[in-house]
Design a protein around this ligand. Sequence first.
Ligand SMILES: NC(=O)c1ccc[n+]([C@@H]2O[C@H](COP(=O)([O-])OP(=O)(O)OC[C@H]3O[C@@H](n4cnc5c(N)ncnc54)[C@H](O)[C@@H]3O)[C@@H](O)[C@H]2O)c1
Ligand SMILES: [Zn+2]
Ligand SMILES: [Zn+2]
Length: 371
Amino acid sequence: MRTQAAVLHPGADRWAIEDIELDPPRECEVLVRIHACGLCHSEEHHRTGDVPLDHPTIGGHEGAGVVEAVGPGVRSVAVGDHVVFSSIPTCGRCGPCVTGHGNLCDEGRWIGSGRQLLDHTSRHHLDGTDLNIICLVGAFAHHTVVGEASIIKIGQDIPFEQACIVGCGVPTGWGSAVYTGGVRAGDDVAVLGVGGIGASAIQGARFAGARRIFAVDPVAYKRDEALALGATHVAGSIEEAIELVREVTWGLLCRVTICAMGVGRGDLMRSIMELCAKHGRVVVVNIHPVNDSPPTIDMLNLTGYEKQVVGSIFGSVNSRRDVPRLLALWREGPLGLDRLVTRTYDGLSHINEGYQDMRDGRNLRGVLVLD
Ligand SMILES: NC(=O)c1ccc[n+]([C@@H]2O[C@H](COP(=O)([O-])OP(=O)(O)OC[C@H]3O[C@@H](n4cnc5c(N)ncnc54)[C@H](O)[C@@H]3O)[C@@H](O)[C@H]2O)c1
Ligand SMILES: [Zn+2]
Ligand SMILES: [Zn+2]
């Protein structure tokens, strides 16, 4: 079939809207008509070259839509079901999946390939050239074909523009506080960067019982949103936050610090560690450019105070459990998805404008609505 997708060509600095050819789903694959897709910062790293792509690629890993066809062997969804994509596939059979670490599913090793899990070929083509799909999803499109491992069925009552961000931003941020960070009742927490990820981390920390949440962002609008979502204190920079946290916590500092800035920077790690309490944990969610300078950390201080620095991919969530759980929390009230979607854009053609708004600090999350 013919459909339309936003493609990033290697070296290009804008998304191109292309008419593409899409093959039918093969074994254990699903054809989805996409109704909404979120503009996560992760695609931006490919556009800037922080994490370069070497092949034309359909972006978008936060998406929600309706199943239009299924290949042989698909069991978990049927035509007409509403679904979101899991930005990391979960096969349910590998070691990480069966031990509760679906975010580290062994099939995730194919994410960089951009091809289908089944046979490592492409269903998406542009003028005879095979296209890659980001995160094995390719949600910046009216239709896509993905493996069943990337599909999660959701209730039909959930608006697509809210559902889509539960494919990456919400679980990544929420889980970085609740799971990777292990925030407990009474903890003091710092969240660095208030985009889709940081705003969700604030909500996760609040829900887990944090006492004080220090949100740090250079953009005043983001700091206001942070306060509305549950932060108790805000600062415009890490240096400012160090002073504030020292004063407010009487020098005890934060048990959990979550790094959710748009672009990770190794040269900031030394300052970030100054926010970290004895036996505290710094959770690195933000993506660092491949050529970023190596982080500088005061290792004597790390040892002496038993500080931990841990990475966090997809918020350490098990998406098959956590996506429905987060949507239930939204339905029942405590999770504010509506506020995370600052702005919607009508159609794929607004993608470059949406990303410009992200760069300008105007959105917690922008979402493209496709009908
Ligand atoms: N590990 C994962 O699984 C995973 C998943 C999704 C996204 N990410 C990454 O998380 C990061 C955040 O993504 P997002 O979509 O929320 O981005 P975003 O652009 O929406 O938000 C980033 C925020 O960081 C702020 N910021 C920039 N420099 C800062 C600084 N020095 N101090 C404090 N705040 C600063 C910006 O003003 C902005 O509000 C990105 O690097 C993204 O690629 C990681
Ligand atoms: Zn993402
Ligand atoms: Zn697996």
